[in-house]
Design a protein around this ligand. Sequence first.
Ligand SMILES: [Mn+2]
Length: 326
Amino acid sequence: MTERDKILHRLAEVFKARDGFLLAIHQNPDGDGLGSMLGLALVLLGMGKEVTCYCQDPTPDYLDFLPGKEMVRTAIAPEASFQVVVALDCGDAARLGEAERLLETAQVVVNIDHHVSGKPFGDLSLVDVSVSSTAELLMELFERMGAELSYEAAVNLYTGIMTDTGSFRFDNVSKNTFRAAARLVDAGVNPWEIYTACYHSYSLGRLKLLSLVLATFRPALKGRVGCLRADDEMFEATGTTRADLEGFVDLPRLVKGLEVSLLISPKENGVFGVSLRSNGRVDVAAIAERHGGGGHRSAAAFRTEERPEKVEREIIGELARVLEDL
Ligand SMILES: [Mn+2]
């Protein structure tokens, strides 16, 4: 039995033997976070278990179609307690919002994730940074459990894999990714339907926001780095929110010769978020970690209280050193 087999076996036992589950994902939920949580929730509900789903922030509009999304709570009752807390798609317990405090009182803490983490947590961890998505990891587990996948669960898991792989384009895609996707199509998922529900869902305001953000594009380091900015005035002018920026940081990567793109945008309380994307050669998770954030080799983020101009200069300086060595 490999180490992986042992973990899968123990996880399968926890899900079969225990009851009273809290599933929780990172703040600012994305398709993989929500899709994994709801996919697992629907499987557990199908097994007759009691399940609570929690995320600190509401579901973004483009994921409104996910079956079961009405189960997701943005608060946890103070007196609530759970036998098992399952953290999904979350490399840092501090991003679990209210669920973080329940890690201490739970009998078992399960961590299923594919992020690089500076602070590993959980009694039972299925963490693999080489896997495309948390949803793909769950598919491995479900196969081991012999779990039945309803159409509704399959839609959620497919959405998780599709969104974290840029629709099966990114360098995190493996043959296992396609195998998992094929099993989900077997369970009734229509790929085109999910793709259009997710991505052909722009409001007119969002398209205008995209034009404003793209207009800020500035190349740096001889076109090997591309910088984008967003600000609150843009959201106001287009009737959009920060959540509408989802995916915009990927667009500069279309430029030939570009290695890294970054988008700096306002978060709450004067804090700025910096999203980084790499075309594969630069490890942007390493940069994000130095600034207190994290992520994957080719997609990472951090938050900062510094001014956008200053943090942009710093990152470009760091990238200049990294790119020199390539
Ligand atoms: Mn993910």
